[in-house]
Design a protein around this ligand. Structure first.
Ligand code: SME
Length: 159
């Protein structure tokens, strides 16, 4: 996929931010669009900090195989590490990362981008690929942009 394609998808998702009626629907459409446009994005989903248990992430909208990891403690997994550190994590080879919690044996690489609302990390976008080292700087930038759009949506639609 070229940079132009990333830009097109980014624009499409930015437009959705103004038309989707609920946060849940917006998140679901982001999963669908990313998965449809990029064949290497095999599992796309959200994990959100549980408001009733802030040390745990809860699975939100997703596209892809059913995962056993419906709840992930913040001190576990690549997912927990991204939210704990507030940093985007790109893991080129999940099997060589001791933090990795397996969802599918086909997964080879993973990209996790935290979502912040008013300066606080509230969740993340998690993408798994069946291809090793699937995520380029353009992928990272696109997904960081999506995470920023979700954060802005949450800021402007407080629950
Ligand atoms: N691989 C993640 C767990 C989530 S599943 O991939 C959907 C992790 O290591 O935290």
């Amino acid at each position: 996929m070229s940079t132009t394609d990333h830009q097109t998808v980014q624009n499409e998702i930015a437009a959705l931010a103004t038309t989707e009626q609920s946060l849940e629907a917006f998140m679901q459409r982001i999963c669908e669009l990313l998965n449809q446009h990029f064949l290497k994005y095999n599992w796309v989903g959200f994990y959100m900090v549980d408001p009733n248990d802030p040390n745990t992430l809860v699975l939100g909208p997703f596209i892809g195989s059913i995962t056993p990891h419906v709840r992930i403690p913040l001190n576990e997994g690549i997912c927990g590490a991204a939210v704990s550190t507030g940093q985007t994590l790109v893991v080129d080879d999940v099997n060589s990362d001791p933090r990795y919690l397996a969802c599918s044996i086909e997964t080879k690489s993973e990209l996790v981008v935290p979502i912040s609302v008013n300066g606080k990390i509230v969740g993340e976008i998690d993408i798994d690929s069946h291809f090793p080292a699937a995520f380029t700087p353009e992928d990272r930038s696109l997904v960081e942009h999506c995470a920023a759009l979700v954060g802005s949506y949450m800021e402007s639609h407080p629950s």
